[in-house]
Design a protein around this ligand. Structure first.
Ligand code: HMG
Ligand code: MG
Length: 300
């Protein structure tokens, strides 16, 4: 059977409030961002990425992350990671009572330069002390690798580089590494090649899939990872998002599209699909646009 090797349950990491909103032209109020996070948690989502302590000059949409964390009502049993690029970000995460941080680097030097002003090696020099301090402080650290399939500046990316960057993040104490097809150009065969390289140095339960859906390949690519036992999927309600430093990047795979496929294949997520669709419609309305996802449009 198609799903014979799939996990029976999948953890969804909702990245809409961060990856989604960081790239929207409309800047939403702190109250709307906080409400979005609450609605997602109320739908049963157990991990909601709440914002980013990055330079407001680089990503102005995330400048009020501290205020969002203060404004939102935290739900019991839900984790709210925040992105942290450096020591300053960690200080802000600690000062604002974040319970988990996510650090990010890439499998492309050029992309990493454009996104964080550092090569891959420089990013590790910057992140190693941040991760050590975060862990010593009791914070869990999630890692991201961008450009796992292709880079908007360098083109094809060697799966061996993705594997090596993933391993380095795990060795520094990341409990999970999320593999980002940042510009959403991967196809199932390309993703399989990349995952095989990564799975030679990491186990499936240390990995997450973070696929943008620019070319409509994300669900097909997710099936490849499910077949290999990867049970964590990053997605964004309403298919919001992109990356401000990745020209051409479309939104993340939509949470409601992922839930529809998983639930329809007998895989549980603990998340209410109808409530997620309501949230997708509500946030799209706040942004003054139509819902980007197929399920968000079709659901009755
Ligand atoms: P830099 O310019 O080299 O840093 O940027 P700097 O240390 O020289 O600082 C410049 C200014 O920013 C200073 O302010 C700092 O205080 C301030 P000034 O003195 O000029 O007024 N600053 C900060 N402010 C608040 N929080 C901080 C912080 N750090 C410095 N943490 C830096 C280097 C890493 C800071 C910058 O490049 C940056 O913030 N980059 C983040 C870009 C970003 O957020 N991109 C999107 C997230 S990644 C993504 O979307 C991909 C992902 O989804 C996976 C995938 O899809 O592949 C995760
Ligand atoms: Mg992303």
């Amino acid at each position: 059977m198609l799903t014979a090797n799939w996990p029976k349950a999948v953890k969804i990491v909702e990245v809409g409030p961060r990856d989604g909103l960081q790239n929207e032209k409309t800047t939403l109020s702190t109250e709307v961002k906080a409400k979005l996070i609450e609605l997602l948690a109320d739908a049963g989502t157990k991990v909601v990425e709440a914002g980013a302590f990055v330079s407001p000059k680089w990503v102005p949409q995330m400048a009020d992350t501290a205020q969002v964390l203060a404004a939102m009502d935290k739900r019991k049993g839900v984790t709210y990671p925040v992105l942290v690029p450096n020591e300053k970000g960690l200080e802000l995460a600690i000062a604002n009572d974040a319970d988990e941080i996510a650090v990010f680097t890439a499998a492309s030097n050029t992309f990493n330069q454009k996104n964080t002003n550092a090569t891959i090696d420089e990013s590790f020099e910057r992140l190693a002390p941040v991760m050590e301090r975060a862990i010593a402080h009791g914070l869990r650290v999630r890692g991201y690798v961008s450009c796992v399939a292709s880079c908007p500046f360098e083109g094809e990316i060697d799966p061996a580089v993705v594997a090596s960057v993933t391993r380095r993040l795990l060795d520094l104490g990341a409990y999970e590494v999320s593999l980002g097809d940042t510009i959403g150009v991967g196809t199932p065969v390309k993703i399989e090649r990349m995952l095989d390289a990564v799975l030679a140095v990491a186990s499936a339960d240390e990995l997450a899939m973070h696929f943008h859906d620019t070319y409509g390949q994300a669900l097909a690519n997710i099936m490849v990872g499910l077949n290999k036992g990867i049970a964590v999927i990053d997605s964004s309600v309403g298919g919001l998002g992109g990356c401000p430093y990745a020209p051409g990047a479309g939104g993340n795979v939509a949470t409601e599209d992922v839930l529809y496929m998983l639930h329809g294949c007998g895989v549980s997520t603990g998340i209410d699909l109808a409530k997620t669709v309501d949230t997708a419609r509500w946030i799209s309305n706040q942004l003054g646009r139509d819902v980007a996802s197929r399920v968000g449009r079709a659901w009755k």
